[in-house]
Design a protein around this ligand. Structure first.
Ligand SMILES: [Zn+2]
Length: 226
């Protein structure tokens, strides 16, 4: 009972915060919750992989923003949201500690994914470009599973609702390490460009991170519901 009240409170607060700040489609947190309850029987498991960490900062954005930190912050928000609606989540990292050797680090992550055999593996990253005008979240997927393209499509659609100016589309990629060696439907969400001043600044705020996390969660739940 206590758990139920807690969950209700969280969803209520979350929904309030989201409705207050953002224009949502018909997908409110309550709808997400209802949809997840419907698909609970199949026990979806999501592995969330916050990119980089430790010695590897990932991209370094304007104001010395480190990609690894933004990745972890958004990943934790996605985790919390998915868990609150009853989806089991396994994280490849929950802090800044990863092996110093990149190959060992990536190998460990892929091994965890392939051992866990989740419904979806979700890698969270931030993008960069040589010019500062480029922006917008974009989802990458591997062509080896039919599911990955559909998941990528759903998540990309949701991400576009938080920034109508974002015209980016999903992109296949068969060479990124995580996509290449993962044996389950896997997507990489590049949440935004750390080289674009506006987007980089937004990505450091709780509000925008919440928005991005919700969009990712929404896309995943929509796919699970299909
Ligand atoms: Zn990265």
């Amino acid at each position: 009972m206590k758990r139920k009240i807690e969950l209700f409170m969280v969803l209520f607060l979350l929904m309030g915060a989201i409705i207050a700040s953002y224009k949502l489609s018909e997908w409110t947190a309550d709808v997400v919750k209802d949809k997840v309850n419907e698909i609970d029987k199949s026990n979806p498991v999501i592995v969330i992989d916050p990119g980089h960490g430790g010695e590897d900062p990932g991209k370094v954005g304007i104001n010395d923003i480190l990609e690894k930190d933004i990745n972890l912050q958004i990943s934790m928000k996605v985790r919390d949201l998915l868990e609150e609606v009853g989806i089991e989540v396994v994280m490849t990292r929950e802090d800044d500690k990863v092996p110093d050797r990149k190959k060992e680090d990536l190998g460990n992550r892929v091994e965890l994914i392939n051992k866990t055999r989740p419904t979806i593996a979700l890698c969270i990253h931030q993008n960069s470009y040589t010019t500062s005008d480029i922006f917008g979240a974009q989802v990458f997927y591997h062509t080896k599973t039919a599911e990955a393209e559909d998941i990528a499509t759903m998540v990309q659609e949701s991400l576009r609702t938080i920034d109508p100016a974002n015209r980016r589309e999903i992109k296949e990629n068969d060479t990124y390490y995580m996509l290449k060696f993962s044996e389950v439907p896997t997507i990489i969400v590049e949440c935004g460009f750390l080289t674009n001043p506006t987007e980089a600044q937004k990505l450091t705020t709780e509000e925008y991170q919440d928005e991005v996390a919700f969009a990712i969660c929404e896309g995943i739940v929509k796919w699970l519901d299909n």
